[in-house]
Design a binder for this molecule. Sequence first.
Ligand code: TRP
Length: 339
Amino acid sequence: MRIFSGIQPTGRKHIGNYIGAIRGYLEGQERADPAIYCIVDLHATSVAYDPEALPGYVLDTTAMLLAAGLDPGRCILFRQSDVREHTELTWLLCSVTPCGDLQRMHQFKDKSEREQELVRTSLFLYPVLQAADILLYRSDEVPVGDDQRQHIELAREIARRFNSTYGEVLVEPKHVIPEVGARIMDLQDPSTKMSTSYGTDAGLIYIDDEPDDIRRKLARAETDSGREVVRGPDKPGISNLIEVMSVTRGAAPEDIEREFEGEGYGTFKNAVAEDVVGLLAPVRERYRELRPDEDGLERMLAEGAERARAIATPMLAEVRDVMGIGPKGAASPAVQRRG
Ligand code: TRP
């Protein structure tokens, strides 16, 4: 069983990423054969970005994943652009991707509205590159947030259409959404998901935040009217903090509500802060150790890319072959399925 997931090289990762995605990655590396995790620097060029800063962001993300417990001995961790097969497969998959489907993608609509200068063609093609990431490894499971539902559905559709057009080569992946903590909300605006792209500093807890910053941000987190620690549609702020604590304690939300019955918001927020500080402290410390060793991180990514290529190269040869690209029968017989 193969697991594949991609993660954006946005500088700093926050607790929403940690809870919603990174913990699932750890679980995946125990279970899959192999688990493949890709830092998607090519996707980062689909909106305005800083070319000077991007290589460093990739290393930030790499060090963060390792600090959180990813083990290159038990998974494949690599940088997307190091494996050129991703871009070539993107183009080939365009041949079975309806334009109308891409126009209907929520993320494309949202992001293109927010873009100030230029809506890039790469933003339009973003979901096809994501499908290529996944399909290149014949991935069975794709653990990624609920906001990616439409993108994964499109990848499945592309696989189906490809297989019925050219022959059974691609595997339809299954979307796996983390159950708890899939939606950690912004502390200042609990109606929106915690996100580095659009949130403010005060609304996000970064994995490498100092304990005092964490305490301050949680003390100032937006709460709701009323004073009881219970979940409810009119209490998005408190509901969000209950969700966070249910993760840090591995407890059911009901148990947390019971524990804090009769206590005010202040006491509860302090308790959440101490939990979060405890959860993140070891990750922050390891990150501080790992991040300065850039050569070591680059070596590790290069090894990851080599292992990824060992799967991707024969796979792409097979796709080219069934599509009639290049000389006939160029894919090696070992990997040829039709014939
Ligand atoms: N679009 C994903 C996100 O923003 C990142 C991503 C790129 C991805 N390629 C992927 C996720 C392949 C899963 C599989 O979170």
